[in-house]
Design a protein around this ligand. Structure first.
Ligand SMILES: *[C@@H]1O[C@H](CO)[C@@H](O)[C@H](O)[C@H]1NC(C)=O
Ligand SMILES: *[C@@H]1O[C@H](CO)[C@@H](O)[C@H](O)[C@H]1NC(C)=O
Ligand SMILES: *[C@@H]1O[C@H](CO)[C@@H](O)[C@H](O)[C@H]1NC(C)=O
Length: 578
């Protein structure tokens, strides 16, 4: 990273006085015990090297949030005037004092640090367990994830010298016990080896049994003509060694997009040792789905598969951060990023770490990229099913206020007169970590008022009335026809919905760029505006059961199953002034 040299030169100058007096240590983060599913299985070897990240206090993150809303709110005179990397860096870089205090402490302890982010607000150090225990008054131990047998090294508590506490957000990974990432929808192979190609003539009939690009184009009015702007790229996030296979894509296009070149390819970017093996038997269901419903739907938009390995992380979380850092640094960063991976429970991630990662999406939004996440497939229970929970369990990053969370619909033909119905698995609800952002305050209040008007219901008291509501929007997510390792079959999940919505946004951006206008960037202030809401199909039916309740119900306007609703391309086009 180019910034490294100058950054550390300035650190040396600032690190003047060494404080040799013993310092009071203050507990910075702690938890009483490992969460359910993890057991402590012994001391960590004293000489084992740990790679730790240190998140420093950013100098003016509130200022960046103000700027984000200025450039993302259609009512603002600054709408569309996205920030430059330099402008974003000014807000997130630590103060000189923070740098001086932290660097002098590290150099007193003979520890080298390198910046992880362009602004230098996150540092990385490599030290043995014995030194980490001393430095942080911690007790790093081995913990085993009982279900998978995977071991990790964590501490239940760590402390910092008192003068550092106001400059350091957190050390990572320390008290985090994230279960494996949630993704990978179930693939149901088709009974016949190969499906008939649904032509647009037999719509919507065939679309009630299987969803294809032609169905989505018909249902949402998505154009079939090719995008024209090569600079406008759509990023598809890949994790967990999920590989997107070109032969599968070609076979998919041959069958489901007979109107375009079936050899259409996608680009590849990798980080943290990620790759994209083209050995067809290693094709991943999630990756194939994500690529087939972006290349196959955002016609002519250059799609890049961004594959994160796990070099830097044993919990998938640093890959999330590193992917955003990669994109922040890229002057040709995609205008839309879709991610179909996440954590089923917000509490899987410590609050400090969740806030930091969420603020990283804020940076990407300020730079003009729309960041979309699948809302999760665990209904209101975060996958805990009927009895595994009392209070509802919101997902992450779906609850981050600076991303657009996409839920699922299906059942387009179940009830006469009803077009779409929220999917029962579609995660939605209210954050316990993030407060209601202004852009949705009125809509969420109206929904909660409606729930209250239902009288005493089993849902009462299980959700946080002051938390950020999610999802923001939705799209079809059931019976998606895909090809994996040469086999035709179907999948369901919000993993289908996020690439679909992202493709819509990428095509709108293509038209905006062609018209000489800025891309949409952070979407939510627009989506929740009256013009935005009018350009979405309000989905008023369906629920997302869990925790032995029906969960939330679809309703007019925003609801915690389908958000504001599904895309109406021609109406969205008009709403953004095309
Ligand atoms: C189809 O796309 C491939 C890959 O980009 C390209 O090599 C080929 O020339 C294209 N074929 C046609 C007919 O445009
Ligand atoms: C492809 O992957 C499969 C399964 O991992 C493996 O058995 C096979 O040897 C691989 N083939 C090649 C050519 O690498
Ligand atoms: C509910 O959400 C608010 C806003 O984010 C938060 O401050 C509060 O701690 C949450 N309550 C619970 C019980 O988690």
């Amino acid at each position: 990273m180019v910034l490294a040299t100058s950054f550390f030169a300035s650190l040396l100058l600032l690190a003047t006085a060494k404080l040799m007096v013993p310092r009071t240590m203050v507990v910075h983060e702690s938890r009483a015990a490992p969460p359910q599913g993890f057991v402590q299985s012994g001391a960590a070897p004293a000489e084992q090297q740990l790679t730790l990240r240190i998140a420093l206090k950013q100098n003016n993150i509130a200022g960046l949030e103000t700027e984000l809303y200025k450039v993302s709110d259609p009512a603002s005179e600054f709408y569309g005037q996205h920030l430059t990397l330099e402008e974003v860096t000014e807000f997130v870089k630590p103060t000189d004092e923070t740098l001086a205090v932290v660097s002098s402490w590290l150099s007193e302890n003979n520890i080298d640090a390198k910046p992880v982010t362009p602004a230098g607000d996150m540092l990385e150090i490599k030290i043995p367990v014995s030194q980490a225990d001393n430095l942080l008054s911690a007790e790093f131990s081995v913990f085993t994830h009982t279900k998978t047998g995977k071991t990790i090294i964590r501490t239940l508590q760590y402390s910092l010298p008192a003068p550092l506490t106001q400059h350091v957000e957190f050390f990572h990974p320390t008290t985090i016990f994230a279960p494996p990432l949630d993704a990978i929808p179930k693939f149901v192979p088709a009974s016949s080896a190969k499906r008939a190609t649904p032509g647009s003539d037999d719509l919507p009939g065939s679309c009630t049994s299987t969803m294809t690009p032609a169905c989505l184009q018909e249902l949402y009015g998505i154009p079939t003509t090719s995008a024209t702007q090569k600079s406008n790229r759509l990023g598809v996030a890949g994790f967990l060694d999920q590989f997107a296979n070109q032969e599968d894509l070609t076979e998919f296009l041959t069958n489901f997009r007979t109107d375009i070149n079936s050899s259409t390819t996608f680009g590849l970017e990798t980080l943290d040792g990620g790759s994209n093996s083209q050995n067809r038997s290693q094709a991943g269901v999630e990756a194939d789905l994500d690529i087939q419903y972006t290349v196959g739907l955002a016609t002519g938009v250059p799609v890049i598969f961004i594959s994160a390995g796990d070099d830097n992380s044993d919990d998938g979380l640093d890959g999330f951060l590193d992917m955003i850092v990669l994109l922040i640094n890229d002057p040709n960063r995609p205008s839309v990023l879709t991610t179909s991976y996440g954590f089923q429970a917000e509490t899987d991630i410590p609050l400090s770490v969740a806030i930091n990662l969420c603020n990283t999406y804020m940076q990407l939004g300020a730079l003009g990229t729309s960041v979309l996440f699948a809302s999760g497939d665990g209904g209101v229970s975060g996958g805990q099913g009927e009895d595994g929970c009392g209070d509802y369990i919101p997902a992450f990053p779906a609850t981050c206020p600076f991303i657009t969370s996409v839920g699922s619909t299906g059942g387009i033909n179940q009830n006469p007169g009803i077009n779409e119905v929220g999917s029962s698995f579609s995660s939605g609800g209210f954050s316990n970590y993030f407060a209601i952002p202004d852009y949705q305050a009125a809509d969420v209040a109206a929904y909660i008022a409606w729930l209250d008007s239902l009288g005493t219901i089993p849902e009462d008291g299980r959700y946080n009335r002051s938390g950020r509501g999610f999802p923001d929007v939705s799209a079809q997510g059931e019976n998606f026809e895909i090809v994996v390792d040469g086999q035709f079959g179907t999948v369901e999940g919000t993993s289908c919905s996020s690439p679909t919505f992202a493709s819509v946004i990428a095509l709108l951006n293509d038209e905006l760029v062609a018209a000489g206008k800025p891309v949409l960037g952070f979407l939510n202030p627009f989506l929740y505006s009256s013009a935005g809401q009018a350009a979405l199909n309000d989905v008023m039916f369906g629920d997302n059961p869990g925790c032995a309740t029906d969960g939330f119900f679809g309703h007019e306007g925003w609801d915690a199953v389908t958000g504001l609703g599904t895309p109406n391309y021609p109406a969205l086009r008009t709403a953004i002034g095309l």
